[in-house]
Ligand binder design. Structure first.
Ligand code: COA
Length: 152
């Protein structure tokens, strides 16, 4: 298994993987390849993009997000991470996360943050990798009549 930085040429394969993983349990979201590619391209083309992929013959997983300036230094907002469903729970996500963290440390990033649901398997994955759920911060969302939110 190889971990390396994500390149633009990886986006299509990552989008196909993303659409498959997040269409399945426990997410069951209505992704197709085109919608997934649009989302990943958005992050890729945004300021401060950092992404890593895990690869055998093909891409098995990826993690990506964007660096953000903050008053205490640079933060990284981890926006998406997924491992091929058939390859989950075999340590690939842990290796991939460590590759991402090494990359962020080399860029002197102060902290990584992310939003996800409580109680899903991914939450215990992040907690096992040293993340803690904030008692002080909350994630707010408001549904607007014209724009259904995928967050509730
Ligand atoms: C969450 C995810 C990235 C973890 O990667 P992974 O390769 O399955 O995880 P690993 O095998 O490296 O680590 C397993 C650890 O995470 C936990 N875990 C997280 N998700 C798990 C899952 N779906 N199945 C089994 N264990 C899971 C286990 O408790 C285990 O903890 P431990 O090492 O302390 O015993 C991956 O399962 C995944 O892509 N899930 C679907 C998409 C998703 O939820 N992404 C995150 C959205 S915020």
């Amino acid at each position: 298994m190889q971990q390396r930085n994500m390149e633009e040429k990886d986006l299509a394969a990552c989008a196909r993987l993303f659409a498959r993983v997040f269409s399945a349990d426990p997410w069951n979201e209505p992704w197709d390849d085109e919608l997934a590619l649009r989302r990943l391209v958005h992050f890729h083309d945004s300021s401060g993009f950092v992404g890593v992929v895990a690869q055998r013959q093909e891409v098995v997983g990826f993690a990506l997000g964007n660096l953000e300036p903050f008053c205490t230094g640079t933060l990284f907002y981890l926006r998406e991470m997924c491992i091929n469903t058939a390859q989950q729970s075999k340590g690939v996500g842990t290796q991939l996360y460590h590759a991402l963290q090494r990359e962020l440390e080399s860029r002197h990033v102060r902290a990584v943050y992310l939003a996800t649901y409580r109680g899903i398997p991914a939450a215990s994955f992040y907690e096992g990798r040293g993340f803690h759920r904030s008692d002080n911060m909350a994630f707010y969302a408001k549904r607007l009549a014209t724009s259904p939110l995928a967050t509730d």
